[in-house]
Design a protein around this ligand. Structure first.
Ligand SMILES: [Zn+2]
Length: 462
């Protein structure tokens, strides 16, 4: 089968203008009072929520009615850090810390093709949707063999998730003192030109937007200060977000002190990289004063507990971020350091990992807030993250009759965050199903997995 020829996109509900969700055992609104409605639901028109209420107070009909008896319904989860292409290289470099892990994988990633980017993005986003995710960011920072950001944007359209495509970059190769081999870095002018192209081609800032573009040099050890500065200027010219890895490991801190004479956050600030339009992946190693500086400047954090554990990077001070008022969200990070795309599971890990430091650090309802509203705030979105009138009808429903939730029915919300994570029964984006009855709606799962595995084998052998 031609790898580009997936079965046509078939949505089971193509002509819906009104949607009624009712009889949810608990509907978590994330409104300003954090209201949870028993036997609740909502009514939406053209993908926008008009009414949220107990079932008895909602209209009795709509073009599409979804009875969610025995389900808990939450706002769609928001993933704020990822590298989707890494689903092709899961379970590599199994006992390595970040720098060794990267230098093991760079040569493999140097062989990626446009098809690899598309198939891995389709697979990763589908797995995310099955975990209740409705909006994902992705950080693509190497572009070998003619690959482009366009390839993963096309995949996001196929799957149906909202997508914040971060045009990443690497320009500091080994011969200039950087970590990546020279074969995977780009010329800085070419990076800026292509970043401008993708913003002008794809970025949609309107409410309900399905595609936004983000400017995202990879990390302090793979780009120059000049590219950081120029990237910030470019992003602010267009009013798009800024994203990079920062303060992930002790090795990175040593690199910054050695090369720039200052720790990572001071370096970032010196090149214009703090503010409400900036969010950092990881931010594991931050002092009290640096956390205060993050709060003062409105700079956000994508907390990635699985990746931090997998690579032995450390435990991010999430409770301190929350106390200080720092915007914080979750990210699954690339599937070579996770090795999965389970955002509900990531929230559960965050709850558990915070408690390794101290009990009570991350209550379950706080974790759910970080996974929903927190993600929306970090991505700079007012239109998602809560099920309230005026916001988009992005939600996930989980079946409470599954074995994983047996014994926890007295608190379905806590069950989601403390019991083993399960797949969503239904995931809707803008009132349209992306997952229905536990199956992806817009891609044929078995065909996709088969094609993805062929691409992964080819990459491993090439
Ligand atoms: Zn990352």
């Amino acid at each position: 089968m031609n790898p580009e020829c997936y079965p046509p996109v078939v949505s089971i509900v193509t002509d819906v203008t009104t949607l009624l969700v009712n009889h949810a055992t608990v509907l978590v609104t994330m409104d300003e009072h954090r209201t949870e409605i028993r036997d609740g639901g909502f009514f939406a028109r053209d993908g926008w929520i008009e009414q949220v209420a107990p079932t008895k107070d909602l209209p009795s009909s709509a073009d599409h009615v979804l009875d969610l008896t025995d389900h808990v319904v939450v706002p769609g989860l928001v993933n704020t850090h990822h590298h989707l292409y890494q689903t092709l290289t899961r379970a590599y470099a199994q006992d390595a810390e970040l720098f060794e892990w990267l230098t093991t994988l760079y040569p493999v990633w140097a062989k990626l093709t446009p098809h690899d980017i598309r198939v891995s993005a389709r697979l990763g986003l589908t797995e995310l949707a099955l975990s209740g995710c409705t909006t994902s960011s992705d950080h693509l920072y190497l572009f070998p063999n003619g690959t482009r950001l366009d390839d993963e944007i096309g995949a996001a359209r196929d799957v149906g998730l909202r997508f914040h495509a971060a045009r990443g970059s690497m320009s500091l190769g080994q011969s200039d003192g950087g970590l990546p081999p020279d074969s995977v870095v780009e010329d800085e002018q070419a990076i800026l030109d292509d970043t401008r192209r993708v913003i002008e081609s794809f970025h949609d800032s309107t409410p309900g937007s399905m595609i936004r573009v983000v400017v995202a040099p990879c990390s302090p050890f793979s780009v120059t200060p000049d590219l950081m500065r120029e990237s910030a200027v470019l992003a602010r010219h267009y009013g798009v977000g800024l994203h990079t890895h920062l303060a992930e490991t002790i090795d990175e801190e040593a690199f910054c002190v050695d090369r720039f004479g200052m720790p990572p956050l001071a370096y970032a600030e010196s090149v214009g990289w703090v503010g409400p339009d900036v969010w950092f992946a990881h931010a594991v190693h931050m002092s009290e004063s640096q956390i205060d500086r993050m709060a003062e400047t409105g700079t956000g954090v994508a907390h990635c507990p699985a990746s931090n554990m997998r690579l032995g990077s450390g435990i991010a001070p999430v409770a301190e971020y929350l106390d200080a008022g720092v915007r914080i969200a979750f990210g699954v990070d690339g599937s070579a350091s996770n090795d999965g795309n389970d955002l509900l599971g990531e929230a559960r890990l965050a709850v558990l990992l915070a408690r390794v430091r101290r009990l009570g650090m991350m209550p379950v309802r706080v974790a759910l807030e970080v996974a929903t509203l927190g993600g929306a705030r970090v991505l700079g979105r007012e239109d998602i993250g809560a099920l309230v009138p005026g916001k988009a009808a992005d939600f996930a429903a989980f079946d409470l009759n599954r074995i994983e939730y047996a014994g926890a029915q007295h608190d379905p919300v806590a069950a989601l965050l403390l019991c083993a994570s399960t797949r969503a029964a239904h995931t809707y984006v803008h009132g349209r199903p992306v997952v229905s009855e536990g199956r992806p709606v817009n891609v044929e799962l078995e065909t996709l997995v088969e094609e993805h595995n062929r691409a992964a084998f080819r990459l491993a052998r090439a």
